[in-house]
Design a binder for this molecule. Structure first.
Ligand code: NCD
Length: 305
């Protein structure tokens, strides 16, 4: 498997590609020490160009690169600390950076920006989130987590809950899940429903069941995928505040869930999962974040080795 750019989950619709990637991530996880020693990406440099806030995505990509023996140049606030402040276009910035490094991991607030960058860049571009667009590497690590936790990625019942209007992590995950004969429940307030157009675009022709309430799906699911209401995408704070707190997973709802089900969340969480659930064995979100490191090591290895 030789990957170039990673721009959308659509590149991973072929089960063979996904399986190869997961096998590599699992191998890296198992043989971490010896791979770190071998340093397969020695001499390679990855740029992390982030125009939007990030903790997990940037740190895990950077750690992944360092563990593979490569090096990293990084800006965590490119909107303020790069020449964007001086009025440089994204196109010019990418043209310059791609002359310095071997791969660019980019997060930007504009939907479609990763694709634009890839058209100019002379090195592979990895989309680490393009506004309300896509977040393919998150969806890949989510699928990898489901596989690890439940042993399969098909034939499952999965509820995707929260902000389905603006959430890019949920959108990308739905695109992959809907390829694998899963039943998907969409759970959101009416104002944050998964847009009709997206059902076609990311639903791959599947029929969704829609709900307003976590209680209505809790007992039925194998995976409950929670998401944060995407405050930064609202037109005003007042609009956000109207919906803030409308979905909260608490012990009473978790108690309805099957014993061998799991709770996932791309994180960061705000108030949508009560902290007293963290110690429940079904709470998989911290394991999920850790899996991101291995999945991103596998991606960088496939692209740069
Ligand atoms: C997600 C994102 O940035 O879209 N976070 C992440 O990368 N783990 C989810 C979110 O911000 O809510």
């Amino acid at each position: 498997m030789k990957l170039q750019n990673v721009l959308t989950t659509k590149q991973f619709h072929d089960p063979k590609v996904l399986n190869e990637l997961f096998a590599l991530a699992a191998k890296i996880e198992k043989q971490e020490k010896s791979i770190v020693k071998k340093a397969p990406l020695q001499g390679k440099i990855m740029a992390a160009l982030f125009y939007e806030p990030s903790t997990r995505t940037r740190f895990s990509f950077e750690t992944a690169m360092l563990k593979l023996g490569g090096e990293v140049v990084s800006t965590e606030n490119a909107g303020e600390f790069s020449s964007a402040v001086k009025g440089e276009t994204l196109q010019d910035t990418i043209r310059i950076i791609s002359g310095y490094v071997d791969a660019i991991v980019m997060r930007h607030s504009i939907e479609g920006s990763a694709k634009i960058a890839s058209e100019i860049s002379t090195v592979p571009v990895i989309n680490a989130g393009d506004g309300a667009g896509e977040h393919p590497t998150q969806a890949l690590l989510d699928m990898y987590t489901i596989k690890k936790e439940l042993g399969k990625i098909d034939g499952l019942t999965i509820a995707v809950a929260g902000d389905l209007l603006y959430g890019r992590a949920s959108r990308s995950l739905i695109d992959l899940l809907s390829r694998y004969n899963n039943k998907i429940y969409l759970v959101s307030p009416d104002q944050l429903k998964f847009p009709e157009g997206h059902k076609q675009l990311y639903g791959n022709g599947m029929k969704f069941e829609e709900y307003n309430n976590l209680k209505d799906v809790a007992a039925k699911v194998d995976v409950l995928y929670m998401t944060r209401i995407q405050k930064e995408r609202f037109a005003s704070e007042a609009e956000y505040l109207k919906l803030k707190g409308s979905y909260i997973l608490d012990k009473s709802i978790v108690s309805m869930m099957k014993k061998n089900s799991i709770i996932m969340h791309p994180l960061p969480r705000v108030d949508e999962i009560n902290r007293d659930i963290d110690s429940d064995p079904r709470a998989a979100y911290f394991r999920e974040a850790r899996n991101g490191l291995y999945l991103r090591m596998a991606l960088l290895h496939s692209i740069l080795n």
